[in-house]
Design a protein around this ligand. Structure first.
Ligand code: PRX
Length: 639
């Protein structure tokens, strides 16, 4: 890939030299960083072998270290125990200050509770919690004893939770009895106990009490707060090899069940430490805020592991950005003097839409860097962020990456290149992006979209899918041999800068969250009245994209608003409320090829109002469905 030849700043030149060094000699490049950024119990002698695109990369394999030690102990030992790790604010406004000393105490206690429940190195532990301090203690406690955590976003339904517990064969789950969202209390306690009976591998459920001091006579149900008081506050870290599994995080796939992306110990920690430092030009006095939830990869990499490994002071916010008012985020930025705010286009657009009067109560003068992640940011939102939020004084860093890449893969590093609204710009060190056409030929002409592929050597990429090597190979490595398949479409401009368009596979990106069409459609057809469903993404001013589902009903079933509500509820029950379709379209037919595959391309065109040209439809077995759908759409759109 051509790297911005027009970039003439000193930092730009340094970046180019360093980037090419990282590509030419990855082992040397990452060795230096590994030795300077992490603390090792045993320094590695093997730094890098194998290759991502062959599915056998290994980083720092014979080195030994512990993630929680690197995130906490080493800062405490350096005399920084009193430094604030998190300023926590809950949905309802409760505030708590957590220092690195506090982290050490709580993580050690929680690790000792896990041990007392016979949870050992290599066991898998599910964490189903909102972004509260106990969730972070739980993640770090797992890493302290060498257990593999699998965090499940608290917005997922119990059905989704059970699937993930079964797939990862979790031995224990750490959760809460209830939590608040947008001022509403969500009670989990009674419902959550069902997972114990239904998931065979589960032996214990540890509940962090949030509302009441719950009582349970079931000895498999542990009150975490009580248990933490009863154990020692000292827990020696378990030294782990570089390639020992660290965590599993499920992400939606284009077919079937979610994929359990596996990250390992040293390479992941090093990559998130280094990207967090470089991408945000991190300084020791920064107050950093990542708006992500711990249930997604951004929460793992840039709310927990990257910032803590760097000894950063962060904001931990467990609430809705617009609750109780759309000025909350901006007021919090002033209150804590936040210098780096890392958010999502959906949050930015929703606060932009609320109106500029909500900016009046804050000045936001402490801000230095504004980050964006999760979905393409449209130029209007980018400019509003730059102008109204950042007072035209901040650097905007749009970071493109995936659960699979572990950390930032494409972005404009601060000062390296002049940013362009909406562009992901340049690769991070070690990452080699390539854009190809359908035949796998590299596209070097500007503005021609193609499939975004990666190769190269960066230590943070996934090592596989948990216990499913075939799916890993088939999904990511077979589509374009020699490259890692991202599932995204992208193009370059005349300067060689990269612009990401979004998904090209059957995965929807709604408000920065990936939802597999197969999973969504199967939850719709779990309703007895629905026989077939096809989900596509349509445009949405706030969320970027919204979900349209076209549904065929069983013969004789009449459409009604009650039925469409029921269909939406099926999705909420099977996946979670965040995946509820915005629109259900009950139609007469779906466009199908002769082999019976639904031609989603037609449905996508319809929901984008591009009904004048459907391209080649000669392979359709029921071409009349196109005119039926167009007529339906015309009536729908005109109310
Ligand atoms: O389509 C891309 C989009 O989010 C996908 C990855 O989703 P997930 O694994 O859940 O991780 C989200 C947080 C990294 C990508 O394949 N995406 C992520 N960041 C951007 C983006 N699309 C455009 N611009 C971005 N900055």
């Amino acid at each position: 890939m051509k790297i911005d030849d027009k970039s003439c700043s000193d930092l730009g030149k340094k970046y180019k030299e360093k980037y090419f060094e990282s590509i030419k000699n990855p082992e040397k490049f990452w060795k230096e960083i590994a030795l300077s950024r992490l603390d090792w119990e045993k320094v590695p002698t093997e730094f890098y072998s194998g290759n991502l695109v062959n599915g056998d990369a290994k980083w720092f394999a014979d080195g030994r270290l512990n993630v929680s030690y690197n995130c906490i102990d080493r800062h405490v030992l350096a005399g920084l125990g009193g430094r604030v790790a998190y300023y926590y604010e809950s949905d309802s406004g409760l505030r708590q200050v957590i220092t690195y000393n506090d982290l050490l105490e709580n993580v050690s206690r929680l690790a000792n509770v896990l041990k007392s429940q016979n949870i050992k190195k290599g066991d898998t532990v599910c964490i189903y919690m909102p972004s509260i301090p106990e969730a972070i203690y739980s993640m770090l406690a797992c890493t302290r004893i060498g257990a593999i955590h699998s965090v499940v976003f608290a917005g997922f339904s119990l059905e989704s939770l059970k699937k993930r517990i079964d797939d990862a064969e979790c031995n224990a789950i750490i959760t809460v009895d209830s939590f608040f969202r947008g001022g509403k209390e969500i009670i989990l306690f009674e419902r959550i106990k069902s997972v114990l009976d239904e998931c065979q591998s589960l032996k214990k459920i540890l509940i962090s009490p949030r509302s009441t001091d719950f009582m349970s006579v079931d000895e498999r149900v542990i009150n975490l707060a009580k248990a933490m008081v009863e154990v020692s506050n000292v827990c020696a870290p378990e030294w782990m090899f570089g390639e020992d599994p660290l965590f599993i995080l499920y992400t939606s796939g284009s077919t079937g069940s979610p994929k359990g992306v596996l990250h390992t110990t040293a390479g992941y920690l090093l990559y998130v430490t280094y990207t967090h430092e470089q991408s945000f030009d991190l300084r020791s006095n920064d107050i950093y805020w990542s708006a992500s939830d711990i249930g997604w990869i951004t929460g793992h990499s840039y709310l927990v592991y990257g910032p803590l490994s760097n000894g950063t002071t962060s904001i931990l916010f467990d609430g809705v950005p617009s609750h109780p008012s759309p000025s909350r985020v901006w007021d919090m930025i002033d209150r804590y003097k936040v210098s780096i705010y890392y958010s999502t286009p959906t949050i930015i657009r929703s606060l932009q839409r609320a109106g500029d009067e909500f900016l009046k109560s804050s000045k936001r003068e402490s801000l230095r860097i504004l980050g964006s992640v999760g979905e393409p940011i449209n130029p209007e939102a980018w400019r509003w962020l730059d102008d109204r939020i950042g007072n035209n004084k901040c650097i905007i860093v749009d970071t493109w990456w995936q659960t699979e890449t572990g950390g930032h893969a494409l972005l404009p590093l601060p000062g390296v290149v002049k940013t362009k609204p909406g562009a992901a710009m340049l690769p991070f060190y070690g990452v080699e992006p390539v854009i190809v056409n359908l035949k796998g030929k590299v596209i070097s002409s500007p503005y021609v979209p193609g499939s975004l592929l990666l190769k190269g050597a960066w230590p943070g990429h996934l090592r596989g899918l948990y216990k499913d090597r075939d799916r890993f190979i088939n999904n990511y490595l077979i589509p374009y041999p020699g490259y890692f398949y991202t599932g995204d479409s992208a193009y370059i401009d005349e300067d060689g800068h990269i612009w990401v368009n979004g998904r090209i596979d059957d995965v929807l990106n709604i408000a920065g969250r990936l939802i597999g069409t197969a999973e969504l459609e199967s939850s719709i057809v779990s309703h007895p009245c629905a026989t077939e469903a096809a989900a596509v993404a349509g445009p949405d001013e706030v969320k970027g994209s919204c979900i349209h589902v076209f549904v065929l009903l069983r013969n004789g079933t009449l459409s009604s608003s009650r039925l469409t509500d029921e269909l939406k509820s099926c999705v909420a029950g099977c996946i979670g409320s965040f995946a509820k379709p915005d629109y259900i379209h009950i139609v007469e037919s779906l466009p199908k090829t002769r082999s019976g595959k639904i031609m989603r391309r037609i449905l996508r065109k319809i929901v984008h109002d591009e009904v004048d040209d459907f391209g080649d439809i000669s392979t359709l077995s029921n071409s009349e469905s196109v005119s039926q759908l167009t007529e339906y759409w015309d009536v729908f759109r005109n109310g």
